[in-house]
Design a protein around this ligand. Structure first.
Ligand code: EPZ
Length: 416
């Protein structure tokens, strides 16, 4: 099992090019099931998750080739509708194939995703929406099974803003019979980008960027040909690393608007930011100031940056309060940061972080994707060496992280 060995204390300096967004690529990969033919996706990050999703598609009968950052997916010969537990349990986003399979083939057998490292991840909104569209879905031995489904348009309101359920129902609705209205949808750039990719294939979607989508089903779609948007969470993670180490980093190939809430929070910490059309420079001369963080659906502060921001607050000059309103139990990074000397008191879904003068290197364990990123950031600023175990979690969502950090002057080495 790979580990990362990091020697802290060096300010990050230089430029880094941000990869395509994992959370934008995965739903678009699922959407290739909606139309037979050869689909082309550019700027796709080479990650465990995109490779896992490619395997799910191949199991369904698609032909997938990954050259550089270009994915070519031929779904003309898809001949299975089963997404097996072995794969779905490693990546819950596999559930995205459910809607497209029902929309195109009228049947599906998709494993219920398990929980994840920090707790349950329900899919009730996905199932309720598809059932509202006429899909009779049964749960049989841990699988979601749909047979003889003919999706019809419906009016669906989400009690909770859900990225996944919005993407799922959008994909189901574009081929359904008649009109669908989705109320209280997620506005994450990943969702808007999916909608734009579908419109480019002939889908009829009104209201992208608003909380209400009106979708008119069509008979068929053309194959997708799209470029995946940059990863706003990767960009914000590097910005947090710059803040943590008192460095100056230029993030290249980003969309500043996609990570505005996180960037503004770093400005509150005392960082100076310069925003360009597709780049942001983050300079952080001194010790971060304490801040209060409450995670919200986009355009609010993203839950996917909560753990990374906690690392920055761990060395701030004062006390910060961090509340995660999206996931109440997404705090597995807290005990690991504490092993490095962080002083964090957790009360339910609120963490009170008393900044310390410095963190100390230690042996720590990655538990999930963004918790791992938090440990990397902490290690970059800690005194001495940190050995992070189970970094396959990192490899799920960050492409060649140690190379990118090394190019910014960090002392990072992958040890087997
Ligand atoms: C997406 O997960 C992201 N994953 C997550 O990023 C991200 O943390 C999350 O959105 C929130 O922004 C991908 O895009 C692949 P949700 P998703 O449905 O779609 C509740 C990462 O680090 N909910 O928006 O699963 C849910 O429990 C990953 O890259 C239901 O109650 O998240 C949560 O409280 C981790 N029922 C809230 O909604 C449902 O059917 C938001 O979850 C679905 C969700």
């Amino acid at each position: 099992m790979d580990k990362l060995l990091i020697t802290g204390g060096r300010p990050l300096e230089g430029a880094v090019r941000v990869s395509g967004a994992k959370n934008a690529a995965l739903p678009v990969m699922a959407a290739t099931l909606l139309a037979p033919g050869v689909h082309r996706l550019r700027n796709v990050p080479r990650l465990r998750d995109t490779q896992t999703f490619a395997r799910v598609l191949e199991l369904l009968g698609a032909r997938v080739s990954f050259e550089g950052d270009q994915l070519t997916i031929d779904t003309g010969d898809v001949n299975s509708v089963e997404a097996p537990y072995e794969l779905v349990k490693t990546m819950r986003a596999s559930i995205y194939v459910l809607g497209p399979l029902l929309a195109r083939f009228g049947r599906a057998k998709v494993s219920l995703p398990g929980g994840c490292a920090w707790g349950p991840r329900p899919v009730n909104l996905h199932l309720a929406g598809l059932r509202a569209m006429g899909a009779a879905l049964d749960i049989e031995h841990g699988y979601i099974v749909g047979r003889n489904v003919k999706l019809k348009g419906a009016v669906i309101g989400f009690d909770v803003v859900s990225v996944g359920a919005t993407a799922q129902l959008m994909m189901a609705a574009v081929l359904a019979e008649g009109a669908t209205v989705l109320e209280n949808v997620a506005l994450e750039p990943d969702v808007t980008a999916l909608g734009q990719a579908l419109i480019a294939c002939g889908a009829r979607i009104e209201g992208l960027g608003s909380r209400r989508l009106a979708i008119e089903g069509v008979g068929r779609l053309r194959p997708i040909d799209t470029t995946i948007i940059p990863d706003r969470i990767e960009a914000a993670t590097f910005a947090a690393a710059a803040a943590m180490t008192g460095g100056a980093v230029r993030l290249e190939g980003v969309v500043p608007d996609h990570c505005e809430a996180a960037l503004r929070k770093l400005e509150e910490c005392g960082c100076t930011l310069w925003r360009g059309a597709d780049e942001v420079t983050v300079a952080c001369p001194g010790r971060p100031q304490p801040v209060n963080v409450v995670t919200q659906p986009f355009p609010g502060f993203p839950t996917d940056m909560q753990a990374q921001m906690m690392a920055v607050c761990a060395v701030a000059g004062g006390t910060s309060v961090i509340e995660d309103t999206i996931y109440f139990d997404r705090f597995t990074h807290v005990p690991e940061l504490a092993r490095m000397g962080a002083r964090i008191e957790l009360k339910g879904n609120v963490a009170v972080v008393k900044g310390v003068d410095r963190l100390y290197g230690a042996q720590v364990m990655a538990t999930d994707l963004r918790a791992s990123a938090s440990l990397v950031i902490a290690a970059l600023a800690a005194e001495g060496e940190t050995l992070i175990d189970r970094i396959y979690h990192l490899d799920r969502g960050y492409e060649t992280l140690e190379k990118k950090l090394g190019a910014l002057g960090a002392q990072v080495r992958r040890v087997h």
